[in-house]
Design a protein around this ligand. Structure first.
Ligand SMILES: C[S@@+](CC[C@H](N)C(=O)[O-])C[C@H]1O[C@@H](n2cnc3c(N)ncnc32)[C@H](O)[C@@H]1O
Length: 206
């Protein structure tokens, strides 16, 4: 999806996002938080933070920065942080995750929840996630990935023509963020969603 289409889609979604995508995606957000293995003082970056629906799930002893390209989604996130008094959220910034302003090795953990199938260039996003993550840090992705079931996969392919309207690619394949030669832990949330855990300092060609 091109960035202007993303912005337009999430401008439309912002008012109803939590009602439509809140509960249905919450098991995946929780599953990711369960494997984050956070230590006191860790700096966490969440890209595509959206309305900040995941922010109350983080422990109070970590420092979180969230970024998103959608001003309207970020406004919701800022309101949530104020309402819930989430003092561990250090910053919510309007920024493109494919071209971040952070220096190299800024964060201990880098998180992308339901974003890899939305951005224009997933490979470029992955490069940036690795760049801003510390050498001994980790990257965590949760997403809907194209089904291995032939019937569901065919439905997802048919829906792919509507990606701009949907605001995500329903036929996004795991191999687009995880080439065959890259070592990672992949765990299943349910029939459609998986959590991918990548160690940053580990060579892509182990
Ligand atoms: C499906 S929503 C996920 C929101 C949230 N992470 C959640 O768990 O519900 C995708 C979000 O990614 C944002 N996004 C898409 N492309 C982006 C980019 N290149 N940089 C930063 N955010 C982006 C969208 O604006 C939207 O808020």
């Amino acid at each position: 999806m091109q960035i202007e289409a993303v912005k337009a889609a999430y401008r439309r979604y912002s008012g109803i996002y939590d009602a439509v995508f809140g509960p249905v995606l919450q098991p995946g957000r929780r599953a990711l938080l369960n494997v984050l293995d956070l230590k006191p003082g860790d700096r966490v970056l969440e890209v595509g933070v959206g309305t900040g629906i995941s922010l109350p799930l983080y422990p109070r002893h970590v420092r979180i920065t969230g970024i998103d390209v959608s001003r309207e989604m970020l406004e919701k996130a800022r309101a949530r942080v104020a309402r819930r008094k989430l003092e561990n959220v250090e910053a919510l910034l309007e920024m493109d995750a494919e071209n971040m302003a952070f220096p190299d090795a800024s964060f201990d953990k880098v998180v992308a929840m339901y974003v890899v199938s939305v951005v224009a260039q997933p490979a470029r996003l992955l490069e940036e996630l690795h760049r801003v993550c510390k050498a001994d840090g980790e990257i965590f992705i949760v997403n809907h990935f194209q089904s291995e079931n032939r019937f569901i996969g065919a439905v997802e392919k048919a829906l792919a023509g509507f990606s701009s309207q949907l605001g995500f690619r329903p036929d996004f394949a795991l191999r687009e963020v995880l080439p065959a030669d890259q070592r990672a832990e992949v765990s299943r949330v349910n029939l459609f969603q998986k959590v991918v855990r990548l160690r940053n300092g580990v060579s892509h060609k182990l």
